[in-house]
Design a protein around this ligand. Structure first.
Ligand code: ZN
Ligand code: ZN
Ligand code: FE
Length: 754
């Protein structure tokens, strides 16, 4: 007989770890105990050596589906003389080194129970078990016990309690365990918030009918969705009008892969993602439009997701060919609405009905968004299903908060050897966004027992996240400001554990440069402490500053002016044109930029694809879409590069070429494609020059412009052909949602260097 103490760390709470150990121990005739504590799970096993070894192997090799083991420590102890194996009550110790699982889709077993008319959970819409359902969104504090979740107001009935207490039941210690007798319930309300129906099946029948002709707000896992029939032009245009959202594509929800394949081509990797328990929105190639063209105007790729809650499955019950718009309920650029009061107060002008339920959402999450290029998945947005799973890093000596950027914000916190990147917080330009940012940082500080000693921000003086860092500085916290593109590249290095310098290529919308200009086409020789700017596209003027983002025609005009080309053939409104030409000539509020994102905007305008836009990257999306039509055109324009550091890539030359192609009557699609290929080509050539000069073979790519499939594919292919080691962001988005991890790495390594 021997006695071992086994300490397991990682995602081991709320995932059925203790009943798993219980079944294992009793099955192998071992005695002892298992207990959750704030460091993870502690197991005592007493039995013969071989049985204990079998238990340890099973813990390591086949833990429950949602568990993620980071570390197991085994110590031999003197015999204790246990008489049974027991599961003990949670115990709180000082260090909260435990993790909270993300919210995942309903599992197959629960799904089957939900649709089984003989089961006591038949059509009970909050059916869940240890292997599925909400977690992060309902947790208020740890340890993860019912009293620390928004299930605390639903005492279990005797049947649920029996399941909850039975270590051999799938619902043992399932904190959100509930049934129709004791659990939360849905209700249907009109736009004034008055309850119309409370019986679930009746609600479902009514909602399915209403969705044919109305817009309905539906409370989901991490917030409210706005839903309507995607086949109805009237509904979709009405939603666009009411939301004041003319272009930005909506995501759709469909019943199944089989149905999706009747109008889209779906790759193996895409299917896998769509059906994964994380259930992200995946951008899928459309073959034919069988729904309203207003869902995603002019775009070939459309955001699709499959149902992940019982309610959503019911929407498709006897209704397999329905297509619903499911979009985050928010106002303009504000974050998703997830509190019931806010929903009723702020959405009543947009929706005709509300479907809600009486359990509070504590942490909001939007649907995650992914795309697949060359069968590799990439994030556009990392939120529901993935957050707050940790990323593991080299140990940091102190708690670090990285405040992130101001667009597509996610912040991150780091302590010991892990980083938690927050859910998507979106645009921080509104008071509502700022308020949620503060609240979410406070919430994370509580649930991860976190107190920053070092705060890392962007160096942009106007970012809310920079000002937030200054506030903490006034309370005695140390601060470090990082250059935006350095953080982009450091994030990739950190994710892949690359500590040697790399050739970092950040193709981005904007980022504040060390010379106070707006950078965004950066070749940086960088590691996680420092960088040298090695090359970038030549500067051009951004008339009206960052506001020009909404007016690509102004950027187009500026490109022509820099190039000295007569603008007579462009733009119709002479008065507006005259004004902008004047501010460019007199250099009034015309900051310099070398942003590739803005170059895309300007070229899209020159080609007549985008004049005014309503959402960031709209012009670039349209330019990519145009290029896809001429994908087979392989002509490569070789953009000249200057011969001293930092090397300048000749923007003027490129614009001249574009205009001369237009003069020759070459189709916009062909020009758009040649523009993409020219950028990919020059990117590889600059990388080759830098390899020659610095003897560095690794390239890290980041920045929002890499959401462009053509560019990503061509650049990665070109670099690999030339035998570079190419690193791209995989676990985080390449846009500003990924920079917080880079800020953490820079903060940690700069601090360590002191
Ligand atoms: Zn389940
Ligand atoms: Zn119950
Ligand atoms: Fe950026």
């Amino acid at each position: 007989m021997v006695h071992y103490k086994i300490q397991v760390n990682g995602i081991v709470q709320g995932v059925g770890f203790r009943p798993f150990v219980y079944a294992l121990a009793t099955g192998n005739n071992c005695k002892g105990s298992v207990i959750n504590n704030t460091e993870g799970v502690t197991i005592h096993l007493e039995g013969d050596d071989q049985s204990i070894q079998q238990c340890i192997d099973a813990i390591k090799n086949s833990p429950p589906p949602l568990a993620k083991i980071i570390d197991i420590r085994i110590t031999k102890l003197p015999l204790n003389g246990y008489t049974a194996f027991t599961i003990e009550e949670s115990q709180i110790t000082t260090c909260k080194d435990t993790f909270i699982p993300p919210d995942v889709a309903i599992c197959n077993e629960c799904h089957d129970e939900f649709f089984d008319s003989t089961n006591r959970r038949y059509h009970y819409p909050f059916t869940t078990c240890t292997h599925c359902g909400p977690r992060f969104s309902i947790i208020d504090d740890i340890p993860y016990d019912r009293a620390n979740t928004s299930m605390r107001s639903f005492p279990m009935c005797s049947n649920c309690l029996a399941e909850y207490r039975n270590p051999l039941n799938r619902r043992f210690h399932t904190q959100p365990n509930a049934c129709s007798v004791c659990g939360p319930e849905y209700r249907l309300c009109d736009s004034s918030g008055k309850t119309i129906l409370t019986q679930f099946d009746a609600i479902m029948e009514q909602v399915k009918a209403l969705l044919k002709d109305h817009i309905v707000a539906i409370k989901s896992v991490g917030g409210y969705h706005l839903a309507c029939d995607a086949r109805s032009d009237r509904c979709v245009t009405l939603l666009r009008e009411r939301k004041n959202r003319p272009f930005k594509p909506f995501a759709i929800m469909v019943s199944s892969i089989e149905f999706l394949e009747t109008f889209c081509s779906v790759t193996a990797r895409e299917k896998e993602l769509l059906q994964s328990r994380e259930r992200p929105i995946v951008l899928i190639k459309l073959n034919k439009t069988i729904f309203s063209t207003h869902v995603a105007p002019h775009l070939t790729y459309i955001g699709v997701m499959l149902p992940y809650t019982p309610f959503q499955y019911m929407l498709f019950h006897n209704n397999r060919e329905s297509i619903y718009i499911m979009t985050s309920a928010n106002i303009a650029d504000e974050p998703i609405i997830y509190k019931d009061n806010d929903a009723f107060e702020r959405l009543h002008t947009i929706v005709d009905y509300f479907v809600t339920y009486n359990r509070e959402i504590i942490a909001h999450t939007d649907d995650s968004v992914m795309y697949v290029v060359d069968e590799h998945p990439f994030f556009v947005r990392r939120s529901r299903g993935y957050v707050p799973a940790p990323l593991f890093i080299k140990k940091t000596p102190l708690h670090i908060l990285a405040t992130g950027g101001d667009l597509k914000n996610s912040f991150a916190l780091a302590r010991n050897n892990f980083v938690i990147v927050s859910q998507y917080l979106g645009d921080l330009s509104t008071p509502w966004g700022n308020d949620l940012y503060r609240k979410t940082i406070a919430h994370f500080s509580k649930i991860f027992d976190f107190k920053p000693a070092l705060v890392v921000s962007d160096m942009h003086p106007g970012y809310f996240t920079t000002l937030f860092a200054h506030e903490l500085e006034e309370h005695g916290v140390q601060t470090i400001a990082t250059q935006h593109h350095h953080a982009h590249i450091a994030s990739v290095c950190q994710e892949h554990g690359v500590s040697q310098p790399v050739i970092g290529i950040a193709y981005d919308g904007t980022g504040y440069g060390t010379d106070h200009t707006l950078w965004g086409s950066e070749f940086l020789i960088a590691d996680t402490t420092t960088f040298t700017r090695a090359a970038h596209f030549d500067y051009f003027k951004l008339p009206g500053g960052e506001h020009a983002i909404n007016n690509p025609w102004k950027i187009g005009l500026s490109l022509l002016q820099c190039t000295g080309i007569d603008s007579n053939n462009f733009f119709t409104n002479e008065k507006e044109k005259f004004l902008v030409e004047e501010i460019i000539q007199k250099n009034i509020n015309c900051p310099l930029t070398c942003s590739i994102g803005r170059l895309f905007d300007g070229v899209a305008a020159l080609l007549g694809l985008a004049h005014h836009i309503s959402t960031e990257a709209e012009a670039a999306m349209l330019l990519e879409e145009e290029a896809l039509k001429a994908y087979s055109d392989t002509c490569v324009l070789s953009i000249p590069i200057s011969n001293s550091m930092p090397y300048g890539i000749n923007t003027t030359w490129l614009v001249q070429e574009i205009v001369s192609m237009m003069d020759k009557g070459i189709a916009p699609a062909t020009i758009a494609m040649r523009f993409h290929r020219a950028i990919a080509d020059v990117t590889v050539r600059v990388a080759l020059m830098l390899r020659e000069q610095f003897k560095i073979h690794s390239v890290a790519l980041s920045g929002g412009v890499f959401h462009n499939r053509i560019l990503l594919h061509c650049i990665v292919e070109g670099l690999r052909k030339n035998r570079f080691d190419v690193y791209t962001p995989l676990q985080l988005p390449c846009n500003d949602g990924g920079i917080a991890l880079g800020q953490i790495a820079i903060g940690r390594d700069t601090y360590n260097g002191h």
